[in-house]
Design a binder for this molecule. Structure first.
Ligand code: TIU
Length: 192
């Protein structure tokens, strides 16, 4: 296991990522039925995100094995759908989450920033759906707040493959301007 001090070097793009094992959390974004299962929003767009679910499950298993923190998000709307965009409201689907409302970003109008600060988290490993919407917004929000983000390429999915490819490129452009990307296999090999 290549290590630099307390850091673990993970092969990543655009250059190796220095994972800080004591201050790293996995963020599983919106792996919810509406996006990944038949008859959900995803199916109305004609695409299937289910393959990424297998990789997300393996990623969760890796973090559990290491006893590293895992944060799950769920995109949700008010029961009267007043905060639901028209494209989704047409399907009249409401998530009755009384605990919090999560929109496209992980931090906006949520308690996530406080939770991560209290836990001393400085490094985030985002995964989930969809790559160019909630995953990208959340990764950008995290990067703006100083978190070092390593997006797991095969643990995220889009309804449109070219959107996913473009998003991964944008994130790691300009010398990791938003963050790093790597396949799960590279992370698994690095952390042992
Ligand atoms: N979680 C998330 O990405 N919400 C979306 O609405 N995604 C779309 O791709 N529309």
């Amino acid at each position: 296991m290549p290590a630099t001090g307390d850091r673990i070097e993970v092969a990543a793009s655009p250059f190796p990522y220095a994972l800080d094992p004591a201050h790293t959390a996995l963020v599983v974004i919106d792996m919810q039925r509406d996006f990944v299962e038949p008859r959900g929003f995803g199916e109305t767009l004609g695409n299937d995100l289910a393959p990424a679910a297998t990789t997300v499950a393996a990623l969760i298993a890796l973090f559990r094995e290491k006893h590293w923190p895992i944060l799950h998000t769920r995109e949700s709307h008010k029961a009267d759908l007043s905060d639901c965009p028209p494209a989704k409201r047409l399907r009249a689907c409401a998530w009755r989450d009384r605990h919090r409302q999560v929109w496209q970003g992980l931090f906006y109008a949520t308690e996530v920033g406080d939770i991560l600060t209290k836990r001393g988290i400085t490094h985030l490993v985002p995964a989930g759906v969809t790559t160019e919407v909630c995953v990208q917004t959340s990764t950008r929000e995290a990067n703006d707040r100083g978190y070092e983000c390593l997006l797991i390429e095969d643990a995220t999915a889009s309804y449109f493959p070219h959107f996913k490819a473009a998003t991964l490129e944008m994130i790691r452009a300009h010398g990791a301007i938003v963050g790093w990307t790597t396949p799960l296999d590279a992370l698994s090999k690095a952390v042992g």
